[in-house]
Design a protein around this ligand. Structure first.
Ligand SMILES: [Zn+2]
Length: 177
């Protein structure tokens, strides 16, 4: 049997004891929501379980404090969405001008095809931006498979990829020509 993993670990420097206290309390609240939902989800099925698991802010990850330094991490599995939304809450409350980022690695105990990759998110008080390795590959493949001349799929073209269609964006710029 093969196990899939999600690993991440990133630090956030807090400024004072008040912020550390807030972070500890907020994490504990989210952790209780997560554990409550996690327990209930195993008793529910399908849409009910899904609705319960995404309706509250949770903490499906671990946390460690060292003075004012907080580390968010997952050793086997975790949810980066939860980390990002907690840090966003922090920035909204204490530090509107700051940005923060974290990345995660996806892996597997066996070399199973398609089980490896990663993602990153960029967090500010205003928003959370995501990228993933699979998303990047999808963008490259879509660009490659689109003909630059006719904008149609290259699979419609002759073997070798030569474009047989008229370019659709060609406009004569010189009226005297
Ligand atoms: Zn073409």
């Amino acid at each position: 049997m093969a196990n899939s993993y999600t690993h991440f670990s990133e630090e956030l420097e807090l400024k004072n004891e008040e912020e550390v206290k807030w972070m500890k309390e907020r994490f504990a609240e989210r952790r209780r929501s997560f554990e409550g939902a996690h327990g209930a989800v195993t008793l529910l099925e399908g849409e009910e379980a899904e609705a319960l698991s995404c309706c509250e802010s949770m903490a499906d990850f671990e946390i460690d404090f060292s003075g004012n330094l907080v580390t968010f991490f997952a050793e086997e599995s975790g949810n980066l969405d939860d980390v990002a939304s907690l840090v966003q809450e922090y920035l909204q409350k204490f530090d509107l001008a700051r940005c923060w980022a974290i990345a995660e690695a996806h892996g597997c105990s066996k070399p199973r095809a398609g089980e490896f990759g990663g993602a990153a998110c960029f967090v500010t008080a205003d928003g959370i931006r995501w990228m993933s390795t699979s998303g990047w590959v999808h963008v490259q493949a879509t660009a490659w498979n689109t003909c630059k001349s006719c904008r149609g799929p290259r699979t419609d073209h002759a073997p070798g990829g030569k474009c047989l269609f008229e370019p659709t964006t060609f406009v004569k710029s010189d009226p005297d020509e």
